[in-house]
Design a protein around this ligand. Structure first.
Ligand SMILES: [Zn+2]
Length: 73
């Protein structure tokens, strides 16, 4: 668990890769578009679903999100 992880948010595999999202994005209303830490736009419907196990394996980690998180440490 990252320090401050609750504020930063968590990783989620979506169609365009495994991105990190802050808690505001994760808690946004259904049907909206929100941004990952790297700026990629994702629908909340996709963000808030329960990702299948295979998606965690299949999707590549977004290095831009990773660098944002690393810079916050
Ligand atoms: Zn990203």
């Amino acid at each position: 668990m990252l320090p401050g992880g609750a504020k930063i948010g968590r990783w989620q595999p979506v169609i365009s890769g495994r991105h990190a999202f802050d808690s505001a994005a994760r808690n946004a209303e259904p049907g909206l578009a929100v941004n990952a830490l790297c700026g990629v736009e994702v629908s909340t419907d996709e963000l808030q679903r329960i990702a299948p196990e295979i998606a965690w394996i299949r999707e590549d980690t977004c290095m831009a999100c990773w660098q944002v998180l690393a810079s916050l440490q």
